[in-house]
Design a protein around this ligand. Sequence first.
Ligand SMILES: Cc1cc2nc3c(=O)[nH]c(=O)nc-3n(C[C@H](O)[C@H](O)[C@H](O)COP(=O)(O)OP(=O)(O)OC[C@H]3O[C@@H](n4cnc5c(N)ncnc54)[C@H](O)[C@@H]3O)c2cc1C
Length: 163
Amino acid sequence: MEQRSDVGRQWLYDPCTDAGDPLGVVASVKVHNSIYASVRLLRPRECMGVSDFQFLPIHGVPGHDTRQFPGHREVFFYLKDLCDEFGIMDVVRLNTKVMCVAMASEVAGGNSSQVKWQVRSVRLDPDNGEEVAAQEEVFDAVIVANGHYSHPVAEPGTMVKGC
Ligand SMILES: Cc1cc2nc3c(=O)[nH]c(=O)nc-3n(C[C@H](O)[C@H](O)[C@H](O)COP(=O)(O)OP(=O)(O)OC[C@H]3O[C@@H](n4cnc5c(N)ncnc54)[C@H](O)[C@@H]3O)c2cc1C
C-alpha cells in the first residue's frame, strides 16, 4: 500500500517540494517525502542496487544519467525497472494510505500462537488527495516501510510545521 500515485518512494519527485522554503522554516510543507530537484546520489550507484538487479548505467538511451552519482531521476527509473522485472506492480496498491495497523487476534495453535494484523487504509483521489473509500483487512504479517522523512530537516532548534 503506497499513498502516492506511483512507486519510487522519496525518489518520486514532486515539484511542490521546491515551491516553498526548502527547509520548511517559512511555510508549511505539503509534500510528504519527495526529494528536491537538485538532489544527486550521496552514495555510488553500485551501493544502491539490489544484488540480483544491479543499478547499472544505461548507455545510449536519451534521458538517462550514466554518472556514478547520477541525479535523482535515475533512481526512480531504476526502481520502476525493478518493479517491472519482478512483477511488483501486481501487488502494489497505489493511492492507498495506511491509517492504522493493530494486532487483530491471537489464535493458539499447538505450542505456537499466530498473531494476525488488522490494517485500516483509505483510498485517495489521485487528483486532490481526498479520501474516497476506507477498508479494513486482516493479514498474517505486515512489513512497515514508511520511511524516515515526512518534512524537511531544518536547523537544530528550529520549529518546522508538519504536513
Ligand atoms: C536528500 C536525500 C538524499 C539521499 N540520498 C541517498 C543516496 O544517494 N543513496 C541512498 O542509498 N540513500 C539516500 N537517501 C536515503 C533514502 O531515504 C533512502 O534511499 C530510501 O529512499 C529510503 O527508503 P524508504 O522506503 O525507507 O523510505 P521512503 O523513500 O521515504 O519511502 C517511504 C514510502 O512510504 C510511503 N508512506 C509513508 N506513510 C504511509 C502511509 N501511512 N500509507 C501509505 N504509504 C505511506 C511514502 O509515501 C513513501 O513512498 C537520501 C535521503 C535524502 C533525504
